[in-house]
Design a protein around this ligand. Sequence first.
Ligand code: PRP
Length: 184
Amino acid sequence: MNEIKGSILFDRSKINGRVRELADEISRDYEGKDLVIVAILKGAFIFLADLTRNLSIPHVVDFARLASYGSGTESTGIVEIKKDIEVPVHGRDVLIIEDIVDTGITIAFFAERLRKRNPRSLRSCTLLDKKERRQTDFQPDYVGFNVEKGFIVGYGLDYDDQYRCLPDIYALDEAAYSGVKSDS
Ligand code: PRP
């Protein structure tokens, strides 16, 4: 992995505290419900792993793999489904998990797709909500942190598939990506 050129935005301790708070809130809200958690890969895998282990209520986990950024930093606007979910969601309480909502194109597309399968309820939880480049009116129900702008990596988020494994969340220095583009 290349040495990172950026600064820490949220360190592991802050992330851990916020993930626990979100898990407590979700556990309260979904008490007695038939919770199906659907994480969008790849970016959400670390957030999902920490969140799910802090939930105090029964739930099942499934995954979808969507992609719209390729190796660049600007959304192509076209969401590709690389892998769909496998569990039935009809009549169940579905919570979509994202690492980041940026333009909103990915989650708006996926939520619409799931809504057609008639879940009893459909909500979303994102660790990071970055509104600077939002192109839809999608509003996540649970938000870990609001982020103003920049290209964010670490804790599951990548730049050209690098840096996902970093335990802290960083904002890349502009010089590190401006020759290519600016992401999620
Ligand atoms: C990233 C991120 C979200 C999406 C958010 O995924 O994980 O799914 O972009 O961006 P948007 O709100 O502008 O649609 P990406 O397509 O880069 O794939 P990845 O999760 O495999 O990195």
